[in-house]
Design a protein. Structure first.
Lengths: 352, 376
């Protein structure tokens, strides 16, 4: 930044006034949004008014590229259906994919706690290599730091991903129109509930696996089928479907109607949520995504999704309406309805 | 999912709603109180107000244990937990309840050892895993959760567990209902009776409501169909000029209650002469304390308790909302200073609190539902 530009720009307007950082600020819900929009964005993106997406799309010397980064602090490191290493690759791959980019390369930062067993580290490195191969991305480099015993929980991983934007589409919440349909790639809540059960703190068992996977083949199927009719996509990780759709509602200023009976949820997830008083719409996913598609091509996109391996449980779960502006309303078959807000607080910390 | 889906069946729900419309006298306004916070939550969660005729008004009662707990109790418990090597263990819905200097969660962020447990026996597990620390379980709830605390106390004594205690805030439902009925600004036609509490105490303790107060009460389950069926039963009684105790929740609630649970409670607890309720003030013989034989596991006897009393923030009208005199949105702070994220009053914290339920599920919706119509 030049000195002139600094002098010319006003001091950033900081709206974040909370005295300390709480777990909720990292939970992906309301508090996270306040932190990012109220403290980070004013310093980092002073000129940009664009809604915050899953990856930044940049143009450097005429070449367009997508870039994103994500950190993984999941506890436990290994859980049914995956592990921290696999999550670290797929999470970043998925952020690129739903921003409308083909994932290309990843760089990896490892923060390791002194005393970590080599075989545990090796298993995660192997898991990352396998996940990268499966997702078709190259691991291009990285960095390693070791901290004293007790200063990190075995290991934390940060992955930064580069992608090539898919031609012919633009993912932007402001392009969303009333009447657009909302597609969901498969059943929700598997990851969050799997982690909760894997911690063994509850006397509950369930036959569940994390849904961690690259969603790029599914995203690609939707984009190939519907092209520019794809207006917006997101992978509903922390904070779940409810939080992602609330962000969309706020960013586009429209209302979102969800048909509760159309949202696919496995019985084990529903059962656990009923027992624990959680809303399945708030539970994290690591291998699903939401897409808003113009109505005329929504069925075509859905069919393409369902015909792609791993997409057979995809459904249209709702639509965009003028009202209730900025909110998500869930309707039931018997005519009841309720507002579903973003996740508040953090019922399940450190799930990814 | 068994025991859930059949009670959410759209066809049966529509039938029950039709029956309610048929029974409700259009020239009459019905004020029915759901005593239990679980019912309040279910009413909003399933959007049941949308399918009830407008002259059936549901009033939210005092049956949310987190909501009725005065702030001083939280301060007292946190002051114990500030001592070195104490772990504060509580259910998740206690975590964001504000004390004078912040909620347990905020204390945790500042370094206090605060853990979420899902049952009191998890707290015992925690104590065994941390033999050098003292685990204090913050016990809360009506007769629904008191038996599990009672069994935990018995177990701690039987096993001679030395590093474990209970900070007991258990309250009893009947005095709260009596306080509501004694309140001069309250006119009610009937009660949707507590479901889970009644699995323990049974239906007999409500008989005075029918006999002396001449109000019908129907003990009710927590699924949409349970609530609608209970309203049908209440309307039928009102139509016939009756006032009886009825049990809609027979699949769970035995008329005589659960004797084993009551026995465990009476062995470990005794009534406190009086206890402070948020919004309702001091109510005599309305709460439980731990018996002398269990003093070693009673945090209030084992530690110095400052006995802090805090008046609620003046502008917050939790008391009126708790008694059903005001609707959540009529409180001056609702949705502005007081939100689920930054709660001023406890009714905004627990998912069973009427303010949180109203804010989460109903707020912003009210004027819009008619324009939205049914699902495509």
């Amino acid at each position: 930044m030049s000195a002139k530009a600094t002098l010319g720009s006003a001091a950033p307007k900081i709206r974040f006034r909370e005295p300390q950082i709480e777990m909720a600020h990292g939970a992906g819900g309301k508090a996270s949004r306040r932190l990012v929009e109220g403290l980070f964005a004013p310093y980092f993106f002073s000129s940009s008014l664009d809604p915050l997406g899953d990856a930044a799309h940049l143009e450097i010397n005429g070449a367009r590229m997508a870039v994103t980064t994500d950190s993984f602090v999941v506890n436990p490191l290994v859980f049914p259906g995956g592990s921290i290493g696999e999550l670290a690759v797929n999470g970043t791959v998925n952020d690129l994919a739903v921003s409308g980019a083909i994932p290309q390369a990843i760089v990896v930062t490892l923060i390791l706690e002194a005393g970590l067993r080599t075989e545990i580290l090796q298993a995660e490195i192997q898991a990352m290599a396998n996940a990268a191969r499966k997702a078709g991305v190259r691991i291009a480099g990285g960095d390693t730091k070791v901290v004293e015993h007790g200063k990190a929980d075995s290991m934390y991983i940060t992955t930064t991903g580069l992608g090539a934007p898919l031609p012919g589409i633009e993912i932007n919440p402001r392009s969303v129109r009333a009447g657009d349909k909302i597609l969901l790639s498969g059943p929700i809540g598997d990851h969050g509930i799997t982690i909760l059960l894997a911690r063994g703190e509850l006397d509950m068992e369930g036959d569940l696996r994390s849904d961690t996977r690259s969603v790029f083949p599914l995203v690609d199927a939707v984009v190939q089928a519907a092209g520019p009719a794809v207006r917006w996509m997101r992978d509903p990780t922390r904070g779940g479907v409810a939080t992602s759709l609330n962000e969309l509602a706020r960013d586009c200023g429209m209302g979102i109607i969800l048909f509760e009976d159309s949202v696919p949820v496995r019985d084990a997830v529903r059962g656990a949520c009923e027992l624990l008083g959680l809303d399945t719409l708030h539970i994290a996913n690591e291998g699903q995504f939401l897409a808003v598609v113009a109505p005329e091509l929504a069925d075509t996109a859905l069919k393409a999704l369902q015909q792609t391996p791993g997409g057979n449980e995809a459904r249209i779960i709702g639509e965009i309406r003028e009202q209730p502006a900025g909110s998500v309303l869930v309707t039931t078959l018997y005519g009841g309805s309720r507002i579903v807000d973003m996740l508040v607080g953090d019922p399940l910390p450190r799930i990814c | 999912m068994k025991y859930v889906d059949e009670f959410r069946d759209p066809e049966l729900i529509n039938k029950a709603a039709e029956e309610i419309r048929r029974l409700a006298d259009p020239n009459r306004h019905y004020r029915l109180m759901e005593v239990c916070g679980g019912h309040t939550h279910a009413i909003y969660r399933f959007g049941l107000k949308d399918i009830l005729p407008p002259n059936i008004e549901l009033i939210h009662g005092p049956g949310c244990p987190v909501c009725v707990l005065p702030m001083g109790r939280i301060d007292d418990a946190l002051s114990i937990a500030e001592q070195p090597d104490v772990i504060f263990a509580a259910f998740g819905d206690m975590m964001r309840v504000p004390g004078t200097n912040g909620s347990p969660l905020e204390h945790k962020a500042r370094g206090m050892d605060v853990r979420i447990v899902y049952s009191p026996s998890d707290a015992i597990k925690l104590a065994k895993m941390n033999p050098r620390k003292h685990v204090m379980f913050f016990a809360i709830g009506f007769e629904t959760t008191a038996p599990s605390t009672a069994l935990t106390l018995q177990r701690a004594r039987a096993e001679g567990l030395r590093n474990f205690s209970v900070f007991c805030n258990h309250v009893t439902i009947i005095p709260a209902i009596r306080a509501i009925l004694d309140s001069p600004d309250m006119r009610l036609d009937g009660f949707i009776g507590p479901g889970h509490v009644s699995t323990v105490i049974g239906c007999r303790p409500y008989e005075w409501i029918a006999q002396n107060e001449r109000k019908p009460i129907v003990v009710c389950g927590f699924e949409p169909l349970d609530l609608l069926q209970s309203i049908v039963m209440l309307l039928t009684q009102l139509q016939n000029g009756e006032a009886k105790v009825e049990n809609q929740y027979k699949r769970v609630v035995p008329w005589e209650g659960n004797r084993a649970a009551l026995k465990a409670m009476s062995e470990t607890f005794q009534l406190r002469p009086y206890f402070e309720w948020r919004g309702l003030g001091f109510i005599s013989q309305s709460a439980l304390r731990i018996r002398e034989q269990y003093a070693e596991w009673d945090a209030e006897q084992r530690f110095q308790v400052p006995g802090i009393r805090v008046t609620d923030p003046k502008a917050a009208q939790c008391g009126e909302v708790l008694k059903g005199v005001l609707k959540p949105a009529q409180c001056k702070l609702f949705g502005r200073e007081c939100t689920p994220e930054n709660p001023v009053g406890a009714l905004m914290v627990s998912s069973e609190g009427s303010c949180a339920a109203y804010f989460n599920y109903e707020h912003r919706k009210a004027a819009l539902v008619t324009t939205i119509g049914s699902a495509a």
